[in-house]
Design a protein around this ligand. Structure first.
Ligand code: SF4
Length: 120
């Protein structure tokens, strides 16, 4: 395995992290706080992301509502998550925090609204 360079997304500082493979795993350096170390470990073994997008709304004052996954989902499931989001249509009204799907694309993660959409 080769040396990996990562940028921590834990805060706006965006520390540059270096991960050098060792017999036991990786020697990680460049982080300013523990969150950077945890981010690098996760990114190297089981990368995950929060997905944000929009879902179509029927009978609302807006045609779409912004959404996000309640927690991170595995990075390799993002395509399936986006397909499931694109196939979803919800009836108005929608309130911030409404769970629009309990288990998006079989990830076990809920999809929630991040905006209100009133009935038309
Ligand atoms: S390592 Fe800590 S200080 Fe640096 S970007 Fe990550 S969270 Fe921010």
């Amino acid at each position: 395995m080769e040396k990996r360079m990562l940028t921590c997304i834990g805060c706006p500082l965006g520390c540059s992290l270096t991960a050098v493979p060792t017999a036991e795993g990786f020697d990680i350096s460049g982080y300013t706080c523990k969150r950077g170390l945890e981010y690098a470990k996760k990114e190297l073994t089981r990368p995950e992301r929060t997905v944000t997008s929009t879902v179509r709304v029927s009978g609302g004052k807006a045609n779409v509502v912004s959404v996000r996954t309640a927690t991170d989902v595995p990075k390799d499931a993002i395509f399936q998550v986006m397909e499931a989001i694109n196939a979803l249509v919800v009836p108005a009204p929608v309130k911030i925090g409404d769970v629009l799907c309990e288990d998006i694309a079989g990830t076990g993660v809920a999809l929630t609204a991040t905006k209100d959409v009133a009935k038309a």
